[in-house]
Design a protein around this ligand. Structure first.
Ligand code: HEC
Length: 130
C-alpha cells in the first residue's frame, strides 16, 4: 500500500515535470526570433503584412530592389507613385497603407542595409618593434 502511494506520487511528479517542460521553453526568445527572421524565398522581413507586400511588390522585379533601398514612408510612397506613372504599377487600393506600414517599418533609412560592424572607436595605435 505504502509503495503504491510512493509510486503514484513519483508518477504524478514525473507527469507534472513532463507537462511543465513546454511551458518553461523561453517563448519570448522564440517570438523575437520569428519577428527578426526573413522569408527564405524573397529575403523580405517576415511579419503579418509580408504576404501582401510579396503579392504586390515582387511580381515585376526581384525583391532585391526593395532590399537594396532605405526610404522614409513618404519616399516609399513617391517610389510607388513613380512606378504607377512610369512602369504600369496598378492602384494598390487598400493595400497601399499596409505596404507602406511594412516598408517604413523594415526598410527605413535608420536601419542599415548591410549588417556591417560599427567602426572602431578610440583605437590606440602602437609602433611595432623591429
Ligand atoms: C507593374 C510592375 C511593378 C510592380 C508590381 C512593382 N514595381 Fe517596383 N519597379 C518596377 C520597375 C519597372 C522598376 C524599374 C526597374 C529598373 O530600374 O530596373 C521598379 C523599381 C523599383 C525600385 C527601385 C527604385 C529606384 O529608385 O531605383 C523599388 C525600390 C521598387 N521598385 C519597389 C517596389 C515596391 C515596394 C513595390 C510594391 C508596392 C513594387 N516595386 C512593385 C515595376 C514594378
Amino acid at each position: 500500500m505504502k509503495t503504491n502511494i510512493i509510486f503514484l506520487c513519483a508518477a504524478a511528479f514525473c507527469l507534472a515535470a513532463i507537462r511543465r517542460a513546454p511551458a518553461d521553453f523561453p517563448s519570448a526568445t522564440l517570438t523575437a526570433a520569428v519577428a527578426d527572421s526573413v522569408d527564405k524565398e524573397t529575403g523580405l522581413a517576415l511579419d503579418p503584412n509580408f504576404i501582401i507586400v510579396k503579392a504586390q511588390c515582387t511580381g515585376c522585379h526581384s525583391p532585391k530592389l526593395i532590399l537594396q533601398h532605405r526610404f522614409t514612408r513618404d519616399e516609399w510612397l513617391s517610389k510607388i507613385r513613380w512606378m504607377q506613372r512610369n512602369h504600369k504599377l496598378w492602384d494598390l487600393g487598400e493595400s497601399e497603407k499596409t505596404v507602406l506600414d511594412y516598408l517604413a517599418k523594415h526598410y527605413a533609412p535608420s536601419q542599415s542595409a548591410y549588417s556591417r560592424r560599427e567602426a572602431l572607436r578610440n583605437v590606440k595605435w602602437y609602433k611595432l618593434e623591429d
